[in-house]
Design a protein around this ligand. Structure first.
Ligand SMILES: [Zn+2]
Length: 435
């Protein structure tokens, strides 16, 4: 007993001691960050950045006034977040810093997170440079240690030849955007969730590029999935009309993924984002391909819950009707409702979409029909290691936002594999998980 009291006292003392320490830490961090921000205003002059972008950066020139302000704000913030270093005898100028940062802001302009936070250092060489890591000459690289390296000559060439589908700046920034998540920094949630969908859509064309038979994407994109995305980004900004004509589906989902459409006019505004405008709801119809069955375990837990409620009510009713019984019954009713929703949802796979039906009205979700076009991914989670899938997580796009809903269901594992095949042919990312 004394030991427990002593331990309690120790925790209390620790709490009293550490609470102000944490407060002080956050205060110091706040002050330090504001000081840092002040320092940047001197480093990257807003007026100067505006002048450079207005005369040299076509993407910026095409923006409306509001978006120009947003672009500049993001640019200054980005520069503040990075450390730039000239290498190989190059003299680093403010113009270089502004233009390189602008290529990152261009790529991420439709996203919420634009700092590419994991990449804190940007190294600039005058021309190709020798990489000691793989003993080769490089034009640029983005490495997971948190550095982006660029040849200034090739960076410039990317923008002076604006339609050849080669742009080193956008290429490396695309890698950085993709890698940002792997280090668990403040990555863009929408981009990273929707990327699965984009990849499912682009899969066949990636294969063709790998075989060297894509009519549009250069062969280098076939190196691996990361290079393919970077090459798609270059083509998206440099040759959008041809991209859309040859690969309308990949183009459309690229617009949703990056939340901008280089062909639209005005091509970016807050109100008219490709994410929302692409969201048409066609009714789900066609042949029923598969329907799930109700979950036996859930039926058992429901019977158990009803039994528990009856037992509690009967034993307490002996002393008369009381508030306890009313409160307990209400709690059980709410619990029962959620068990029913989670357990008795059935999923029906049709030719062009999915319908989720429930035994009782589902007040939490307005949406029950999902066309394959708006479904991002479906996850089958096996919680008990047997051959039945316990939880299905459906992730979808609704009014420009990523949403998901989970429910229990019974699937026999070979049925899961069969459904996975169907879904993959409908260009949906399927994930099979065992906990
Ligand atoms: Zn690359």
């Amino acid at each position: 007993m004394l030991f427990v009291k002593g331990l309690g006292l120790l925790i209390l003392i620790a709490a009293i001691f550490f609470a102000p320490m944490f407060g002080l830490y956050y205060l110091m961090r706040f002050i330090f960050r504001s000081l840092n921000n002040n320092r940047t205003e001197k480093r990257a002059d807003l007026k100067y950045a505006e002048m450079i972008l207005s005369s040299k950066f076509v993407y910026y020139q095409k923006l409306n006034e509001n978006d120009k302000t947003k672009f500049l704000k993001r640019l200054i913030n980005f520069i503040d977040n990075k450390e730039f270093q000239g290498c190989g005898g190059i003299e680093l100028t403010e113009e270089m810093i502004i233009l390189i940062s602008a290529s990152a802001i261009q790529l991420t302009f439709g996203l919420d997170e634009f700092l590419l936070d994991h990449f804190s250092r940007i190294f600039i060489y005058p021309n190709v440079y020798y990489s000691r890591i793989n003993k080769q000459y490089h034009k640029g690289e983005t490495n997971l240690a948190g550095a982006i390296v660029l040849s200034w000559n090739h960076f410039l060439e990317g923008y002076t030849k604006p339609h050849d589908k080669v742009n080193l700046g956008l290429h490396e920034m695309a890698h950085a955007l993709r890698f940002d998540k792997f280090k668990n920094y403040d990555y863009d949630y929408f981009f990273n969730t929707y990327f699965d969908k984009w990849q499912a859509i682009a899969k066949d064309e990636f294969k063709r590029t790998k075989e060297g038979s894509s009519p549009f994407f250069r062969e280098y994109g076939g190196t691996n999935a990361n290079e393919f995305f970077a090459v798609c980004v270059e083509s998206f900004f440099e040759s959008p009309a041809e991209f859309k004509k040859l690969h309308p589906e990949i183009y459309k989902h690229m617009c949703i993924l990056l939340n901008q459409d280089p062909l639209a006019n005005p091509f970016i505004t807050d109100q008219n984002t490709p994410r929302i405008s692409s969201n048409q709801n066609q009714p789900v119809s066609g042949n029923l391909l598969y329907a799930s069955s109700s979950n036996a375990k859930s039926i058992l837990s429901l019977i158990f819950a009803i039994g528990f409620w009856l037992w509690f009510s009967i034993t307490n009713l002996k002393d008369g009707f009381s508030l306890d019984i009313i409160l307990f019954s209400m709690a059980m009713l709410i619990t029962g409702y959620f068990i029913m929703i989670r357990a008795f949802s059935k999923i029906h796979f049709y030719d062009n979409g999915i319908i989720v039906s429930s035994l009782i009205p589902d007040v939490l979700y307005k949406k029950n029909e999902f066309s394959y076009d708006e479904i991002v991914s479906i996850e089958f989670i096996n919680e008990h290691g047997d051959d039945v899938s316990d939880t299905i997580k459906l992730t979808y796009l609704s009014n420009g936002k990523i949403r998901s809903r989970s429910f229990s269901d019974n699937f026999i594992s070979n049925a899961v594999l069969r459904i996975a095949d169907i879904l993959q042919s409908k260009k949906i990312a399927v994930k099979l998980k065992s906990l």
